[in-house]
Write a protein that binds this ligand. Structure first.
Ligand code: PMP
Length: 451
């Protein structure tokens, strides 16, 4: 690939043959080719450095280039380069134990390679569980509009964002969607908490109307991430948990983004006292992105339905690479560092002290709402505060492009109106230095104020 530097950006002159990185709107747009990374920063092929303000795809919880993690992978690879989990190996056994400890109850874990697969596994576990506990009619899954649960067909069917689905629909039968706790544009009005609780009530209405004997599970991110960083009242999380219990609807908590410290708790659901999900899915921060790994942690009471005598009671699910020994060794080291360096507490403190300064931007006419939980922030951008019309794509792209020129990578998503991503995303590595965090706040504030 030939590349040329133009205003600090790399511009493809001959598009590469790599499909993934093809720009979504304009195939001729610049692509950044990274060559190295350290801490919160990566360097492109021209030597320009960028602060990765979105942690890759919100997965680099410990940032780039941790030698300890690299060593853990290499040592494990030398010892046992691969082994299938149709049998077992020690790193996977230890990691399953550790996950159960961290979740604060007895969970059994099935390993895969990604967040999408972790959710697919959860869906199969749920349907089979109901079959084996006398409720074969319970097959429907409910998720929220704006939620994101992955790119494979089942996970995409739970992902209720029109523009991600329109050319791939129809999805898998049996996936339904309910109104999210999105108080900024709520149809309910009232204070945020009141509006969130009404959104919770819609879940119960839906279960009743569908017939609880047909509803298998409710899947939610504690804080919707890919759908515009939506931070509900913790009472919402408690309320939907109670509703699920009441109707024998299993609660799948998608902690793919929010797990491993991102929100200032080890897992996002832990912000809501008394909540213990039936199933917790995770990936990303589980290994800080050093190697691919997904995990589906299932409460022991549910797992029991798969261990009863009978030839068809086991889970019919195999993953060739899921729980790869090197990935499990990396996850164990990653968790060890998160605990040793008190990363979760750090996120709580610096999230408030440093990134929290971004709340000051609420004074700007184009900033409709600043939503934050730990090191996960969404700035909902609008044409003006009164109309709340989403800021147009060109201006959004302008903000992101200007930040990039200044050496700061931020993201956008939201799908507030299908296809319109008017929420700016900031989610830096949890190990970002105080100077890094100041750089993010100053750069983004300057760019927005110059709008
Ligand atoms: N769940 C959530 C909440 C996610 O944000 C994502 C990915 N962004 C996924 C699931 C899917 O994970 P993966 O891309 O690893 O398949």
């Amino acid at each position: 690939m030939k590349a040329e530097v133009e205003m600090g950006n790399v511009v493809n002159k001959t598009p590469s043959r790599l499909w993934n990185a093809m720009h979504r709107y304009n195939p001729d747009a610049e692509q950044t080719v990274a060559v190295s990374g350290e801490g919160s920063w990566f360097t492109d092929e021209n030597g320009k450095k960028y602060l990765d303000g979105v942690s890759g795809l919100w997965c680099l919880n410990l940032g780039y280039g941790r030698q300890e993690i690299v060593d853990a992978a290499a040592e494990q690879m030398k010892k046992l380069s691969y082994f299938p989990l149709t049998m077992s190996h020690q790193p996977a056994i230890d990691l399953a134990d550790k996950i159960s400890d961290l979740l604060g109850a007895n969970y059994q874990t099935f390993f895969s390679n990604s967040g999408s697969e972790a959710n697919e596994t959860a869906f199969k576990v749920v349907r089979q569980y109901h079959h084996q506990t006398g409720n074969p009619g319970k097959y429907k899954f409910i998720s929220r509009y704006r939620g994101y649960h992955g790119s494979t067909l089942g996970a995409l069917s739970a992902t209720a964002q029109a523009n991600r689905r329109v050319k791939y629909d129809p999805g898998v039968p049996g996936f339904l969607h309910v109104y999210p706790p999105y108080s900024y544009r709520s149809i309910f009005g009232g204070e945020a908490e009141e509006s969130d609780l009404k959104a919770a009530q819609m879940l119960e209405e839906m279960i009743n109307w569908e017939g609880e004997e047909t509803v298998a599970a409710f899947i939610m991110e504690p804080f919707i991430s890919g759908g515009g960083v939506i931070v509900p009242s913790t009472k919402y999380i408690q309320r939907v948990t109670d509703i699920c219990k009441k109707h024998n609807v299993l609660l799948i908590m998608d902690e793919v983004v929010s797990g491993y410290g991102r929100t200032g708790k080890m897992f996002g659901f832990m912000h809501a006292e008394g909540v213990q999900p039936d199933i917790v899915t995770m990936a990303k921060g589980l290994t800080s992105g050093y190697l691919p790994l997904g995990a589906t942690a299932v409460k022991s009471e549910i797992y029991d339905a798969f261990t009863k005598e009978g030839k068809d009671n086991h889970l019919r699910h195999v993953s060739t690479y899921g729980g790869h020994p090197a990935a499990c060794a990396v996850a164990l080291k990653n968790i060890e560092i998160i605990e040793r360096e008190n990363i979760v507490e750090r996120v709580r403190n610096l999230g408030k002290k440093k990134l929290g300064k971004l709340h000051q931007l609420i004074g700007h006419e184009n900033v409709g709402e600043v939503r934050q939980i730990g090191f996960l922030l969404g700035l909902e951008m609008v044409a003006d505060k009164r109309s709340k019309i989403p800021l147009n794509e060109l201006k959004m792209a302008g903000i992101i492009g200007k930040c990039k020129q200044e050496g700061l990578i931020i993201g956008k998503n939201g799908d507030t109106v299908p296809g319109q991503n008017n929420v700016l995303i900031v989610a830096p590595p949890l190990t970002s230095t105080e100077d890094d965090l100041d750089f993010i706040v100053e750069t983004l504030s300057t760019v927005i104020r110059s709008l």
